[in-house]
Design a binder for this molecule. Structure first.
Ligand SMILES: *[C@@H]1O[C@H](CO)[C@@H](O)[C@H](O)[C@H]1NC(C)=O
Ligand SMILES: *[C@@H]1O[C@H](CO)[C@@H](O)[C@H](O)[C@H]1NC(C)=O
Length: 325
């Protein structure tokens, strides 16, 4: 074929671009082919306030900042003491009984014996309310939710001067790559940001692994002890140890930053009771590896979101496995 003829030229170009297109599609298909189906989404839980209760959803927007529904993103509110340090559920187990709900432009909190507390879902930024708070060791700036919220939480927890802070959409977040160095599975990227959660925009746990754990416990525990955002049901217990990346449905891609090293927080059940025998931590330590995480046994995974999208209950879950060594 010569390209002297304009028609031939068009044909030649069309053929070249078709070949290129097919090539790119094949490359994409090859990568997709490596994703292996492992289970389905069985629950989506958004925790607006760190250490408090969850809103269970049928579908949620899985964003880079965490699960988002009706303008509320996971762990963007936090309860702190008068010095700005977070109150944790291990010290105050009744925090788990604080139940959030969304009504119009309000985020509401209910708790036993308390009237409903309503805060703005999307508060206007007001620098006069900026405060330094400490979700971990390092301080960050957040905004005080005001006097009414402070009085409500102080009364419920019996902690003088406690208050609630919020990190609005535009306020600076914590850079995951600058958190305490950890033995990452996938090293965080500079664009991976967390608000008040430990390290992860989205933490995921597996029913199949919970069944294994519960088969070893005298008193079975629920997923509520582990406070995951997404629960997946698969077949093999602790298969997640072998994964690098995950895809949920057709559009959401995530990197596993690390397996989730667990501590005493998991000894608090969703009913606000702390287990006197430190279960299920004690049993997890007996059969789950802790290396290289000190004495913290691994349960579930902490992830960073690479591609955002809607996730629904029942969505299929696919994984890229670690290379076999
Ligand atoms: C999901 O959230 C992202 C980030 O906030 C936004 O850009 C996107 O439009 C949302 N998707 C849907 C379907 O709401
Ligand atoms: C999870 O999967 C197991 C085994 O495949 C099945 O028996 C169980 O009913 C499933 N649970 C849910 C909540 O889908």
């Amino acid at each position: 074929m010569t390209v002297d003829d304009p028609l031939n030229l068009v044909l030649a170009l069309a053929t070249a671009s078709t070949i290129k297109y097919i090539g790119a599609s094949l490359w994409r298909l090859k990568k997709l082919a490596k994703y292996e189906f492992v289970g389905k989404v069985t629950a989506l839980d958004l925790y607006p306030a760190k250490s408090c209760g969850a809103i269970s959803l049928q579908s949620a927007n899985c964003t880079r900042g965490g699960l988002k529904h009706s303008g509320v993103t996971d762990r963007h509110w936090m309860v702190v003491r008068d010095d700005g340090v977070k109150v944790n559920i291990q010290q105050e187990p009744k925090m788990t009984l604080i139940t959030p709900s969304i009504h119009g432009n309000k985020l509401c909190f209910d708790a036993p014996g308390m009237p409903t507390l309503k805060v703005e879902k999307n508060p206007k930024e007001d620098p006069s309310l900026y405060v330094d708070c400490k979700p971990k060791v390092k301080a960050m700036t957040a905004m005080n939710c005001g006097k009414e919220a402070s009085e409500w939480i102080s009364k419920y927890l019996g902690i003088k001067g406690a208050y609630i802070v919020v990190s609005t959409e535009n306020m600076a977040k914590r850079d995951v790559s600058e958190l305490v160095p950890r033995p990452w599975l996938n090293v965080p990227e500079t664009t991976d940001k967390v608000t008040f959660s430990e390290v992860s925009m989205c933490n995921i746990a597996f029913e199949n692994s919970l069944r294994d754990l519960n088969s070893r416990l005298a008193n079975p525990v629920s997923m509520g002890n582990f406070r995951p955002n997404i629960i997946i049901n698969g077949s093999l217990a602790f298969d997640e140890d072998n994964w690098l990346e995950m895809r949920i449905g057709e559009s959401v891609y995530m990197r596993i930053l690390e397996p989730n090293p667990r501590c005493l927080l998991i000894t608090v059940a969703p009913d606000g009771k702390r287990d006197p025998n430190t279960e299920p931590l004690k049993t997890l330590r007996k059969f789950r590896k802790t290396k290289p995480y000190g004495d913290s046994p691994l349960f579930g995974v902490n992830t960073a979101i690479d591609r955002e999208g809607i996730i629904k209950i029942g969505d299929p879950v696919y994984v890229l496995r670690k290379p076999v060594t």
